[in-house]
Design a protein around this ligand. Structure first.
Ligand code: GRG
Length: 296
């Protein structure tokens, strides 16, 4: 599949996901209006929809009907958005901007932003529960997979390690533990849920687990690199200067050059686990290559 196919496919898939999100989420004028407005404000703030795209591409790789994977694709995006809303709170990262717009707590106030995150996480489960069961996987299997990803051993656990590591110089192993939990876990869950809707064999599910893990780590390394290169670009400095480098990032620990090599190595590992899918895995392959080359 030529790489030029990816952009139009990404655009139409993102539109399909947005339309599904609009229909699954409570309407903006449903009472009480403020919370529904706040939920939609963060969901429709211009995210890349990477997790839903991965979920749908994984269903395709396993020979499934992509429409059956729309509910989990939306559920992972809604869980992701909840984590961003809470991560931006004054008691966490205290960020003013997200997806290029003022953060939820800046627009709606801190209390409402806490509730917005809570409501998004809860609605994510309601959306997930719409997923049709298959011969191998029940709705209970989807729910367990999803709950474990959002729980204290993955997303929340990663945030705990992040909070505890604040201001400290972390080593590479500690950094990987945070990124496994904060980033790789939800990417892995996205591809696994997509595969489960396609009644994936255990072997293919395992291959996608490997893929999601390595892609997730690669994505985070690339994100860290972009943070440094874009910040230095913005400040008109030479990329790699120490003052632009946060202590607990890959570039801070490995340097920019080694971080780029690490991202390429992890992407190669991810691509290797797609071999079992033959041509059907080419969409996932394109996405992995695209992420490695992305500039935003
Ligand atoms: C439960 C508060 C709480 C946190 C859990 C996932 C997480 C831990 C926090 C979210 C913040 C964060 C920086 C996560 C790392 C993963 C990452 C690079 C997120 C950004 O994902 P993109 O680039 O964002 O896909 P868009 O906006 O495109 O969806």
């Amino acid at each position: 599949m030529p790489a030029t196919d990816l952009k139009p496919w990404l655009k139409s898939t993102q539109e399909q996901v947005d339309a599904a999100l609009r229909s699954f989420l409570p309407r903006e004028n449903a009472a009480p209006k403020t919370i529904h407005k706040a939920m939609r404000y963060s969901i429709f703030a211009g995210g890349k929809r990477l997790r839903p795209v991965l979920c749908l591409a994984a269903a395709e790789a396993c020979g499934g009907d992509v429409s059956e994977a729309l509910a989990p694709a939306c559920a992972v995006e809604v869980m992701h958005t909840y984590s961003l809303v809470h991560d931006d709170l004054p008691c966490m990262d205290d960020d003013d901007l997200r997806r290029g717009r003022p953060t939820s707590h800046k627009v709606f106030g801190e209390g409402m932003a806490v509730l917005t995150g809570d409501a998004l996480l809860t609605e994510a489960f309601a959306i997930l529960a719409r997923t049709p069961a298959t011969k191998r996987y029940s709705v209970g299997d989807y729910v367990r997979e999803f709950a474990e990803t959002g729980g204290s051993r993955k997303l929340i656990g990663g945030q705990v390690l992040d909070l505890e590591g604040e201001g400290k110089q972390l080593n590479k192993a500690q950094l990987i533990r945070i990124h496994e939990a904060k980033t790789a876990a939800l990417l892995t869950c996205s591809v696994r849920l997509g595969a489960m809707t396609a009644n994936s064999t255990p072997r293919k599910l395992e291959a996608l687990t490997e893929f999601g893990y390595n892609l997730g780590l690669a994505f985070q390394v690339i994100d860290d690199i972009l943070d440094v290169t874009q910040t230095t670009e913005m400040l008109g400095k030479t990329a790699g200067k120490d003052e632009a480098v946060d202590k607990s990032t890959y570039p801070a620990i490995l340097g920019l050059d080694k971080s780029r090599k690490e991202a390429a190595r992890l992407t190669r590992k991810a691509l290797k686990s797609l071999e079992v899918f033959g041509k059907k895995g080419s969409r996932l392959e394109q996405i992995a290559r695209y992420l490695l080359e992305r500039e935003y």
